[in-house]
Design a protein around this ligand. Structure first.
Ligand SMILES: Cc1cc2nc3c(=O)[nH]c(=O)nc-3n(C[C@H](O)[C@H](O)[C@H](O)COP(=O)(O)O)c2cc1C
Length: 449
């Protein structure tokens, strides 16, 4: 297995330091498993009781990560609305689907995550205009501005703008219901998905929000829905409960007229003031993928958004900051924490190649993540490959795999496996196009989150 090159052997001790949240809760170390969509829940639009239920496969995945010694594990996006999904197979929490069965399955999910001391955090999301067209061709949006992808495609329908009243009933109330559900199922907190172009970002970004009510115009107005969700969750689950509320937010959108670093800073000032327990900094939208370096200057420090994070970082006094995207070596992770660019390190793709990467880094068994042989700029393929590793993790529990968390996970540092995957992925696209033409849902294409 080939690994990312590293300049020198650096002690990972700093990464093992505890992280204290403002409400007194502690993460056992600095690692966070970033949200990655699983798309393995049940999908049954005409039977809501059996729609969006976590499956045995999802429990198996988190059994693996639950053995990885992360400080915090964030689920893939759990949707708060039954039809505005990022994709078929999203897990969903919604009042129309309330049942003891759903509660039981989500409780098992939390337990899998917590078995070795990780904090279990559920990412809550509403896809808005980024709902898969195969699930919903007429999704809700903040405004009726359609998502145009590059290269152009028709993966998304034209959105219907939410009315002011619907922002309460279809957005705020649904997030609050799901957060309470997560709390009652034993999750330690929730993370609002306020990044990568999903509904909450559609409020904050001027490219998607042309409203002229109290949710449009100034950055204060565009950020309002997030503050309302936070306040309403806190009314139901007070700070004294120890339940964490965080947000994943874009440090920059990298597109014309998109959210700027200055906007992001203003939003973060408000999150700190309000009492958010943690913020995860990331960047980009489905219109502009940025899970790779945008500037030469960030390459050496690995994290894609390191320069933006440094601009925003001084805003935070109590709110704990995580930075996600690009971290691959102990050296760069330790450097980011030592410089106080971030307090926590989010890992996405490296954690699908190795569900127990934190354990190995902390023990000093390895100095860096597995280095795959994909072209670093071919993000779609990399994301799909990570999605396929998630599916491989789903096949067995840790016990079923004889204690081996790496069971069945493809090693993409092997060029032959990359070639094989490339062939299969091409076929997958052909099959997906056929399915789409036949009106069927193409299930297994992991696009972007
Ligand atoms: C397969 C896959 C699925 C993802 N799904 C989500 C998601 O559900 N929610 C989210 O906020 N980010 C999602 N992401 C983005 C990751 O959380 C992370 O921000 C991104 O991969 C960059 O980190 P990395 O360079 O460590 O991979 C996904 C990424 C991948 C590879």
């Amino acid at each position: 297995m080939k690994r990312f090159p590293h300049a020198a052997t650096v002690s990972s001790k700093v990464l093992g330091g505890k992280l204290n949240f403002p409400n007194g809760i502690t993460a056992q170390n600095r690692f966070m498993k970033a949200a990655m969509t699983e798309r393995l829940a049940t999908y049954s639009l005409d039977d809501f009781k059996n729609h969006g239920l976590p499956t045995e496969q999802i429990l198996n995945i988190y059994d693996k990560w639950g053995h990885g010694q992360f400080g915090m594990i964030i689920t893939g996006n759990v949707c708060v609305d039954p039809i505005n999904l990022e994709a078929a197979g999203n897990a969903i929490i919604f009042k129309e689907g309330e049942s003891s069965k759903r509660r039981n399955l989500f409780s098992q999910w939390a337990q899998k995550i917590k078995q070795d001391g990780s904090l279990a955090i559920m990412q809550l999301s509403h896809a808005g205009r980024q709902a898969s067209v195969f699930v919903n061709p007429t999704p809700y949006g903040v405004s009726d501005i359609e998502l145009k992808t590059d290269p152009p495609g028709s993966m998304y329908g034209k959105p219907i703008a939410l009315t002011t009243d619907q922002i309460k009933t279809e957005v705020v109330d649904r997030f609050v219901y799901a957060a309470k559900f997560a709390y009652e199922c034993g999750f330690d907190g929730v993370q609002l998905h306020g990044a990568h172009g999903y509904l909450l970002t559609q409020f904050t970004s001027p490219t998607t929000n042309n409203r002229n009510d109290k949710y449009g115009g100034s950055i204060e107005n565009r950020n309002r829905v997030i503050i309302e969700i936070y306040d309403e969750i806190r009314k139901e689950i007070p700070e004294t409960s120890g339940f964490l509320i965080g947000i994943k937010t874009n440090s920059k959108e990298f597109q014309d007229k998109g959210t700027t670093v200055e906007d992001a800073k203003q939003m973060c000032i408000e999150y700190e003031k309000r009492g958010f327990d943690f913020v995860e900094l990331t960047g980009g939208t489905a219109e502009k993928f940025v899970f790779a370096h945008q500037r030469e200057s960030t390459v050496i420090r690995e994290a894609f958004f390191v320069e933006f994070a440094e601009t925003i970082r001084p805003v935070f006094k109590n709110t704990v900051v995580y930075l996600t995207g690009g971290f691959r070596t102990t050296g760069a992770m330790v450097d980011a924490i030592t410089r106080n660019t971030t307090q926590g390190i989010g890992l996405g793709r490296p954690a699908t190649a190795e569900p127990d990467l934190p354990k190995k880094l902390l023990n000093g068994d390895v100095p860096s993540a597995v280095k795959d042989e994909f072209n670093p700029n071919d993000m779609i393929k990399q994301i799909m490959a990570s999605g396929s590793q998630i599916e491989q993790m789903a096949r067995n529990s840790v016990e079923g795999a004889g204690g081996n968390v790496m069971d069945q996970i493809t090693d993409y540092s092997d060029e032959k496996m990359v070639a094989l995957f490339t062939e299969k992925a091409a076929q997958l696209f052909v099959d997906a196009a056929k399915d789409a033409l036949a009106g069927k849902i193409p299930k297994n294409i992991v696009i972007m989150n």
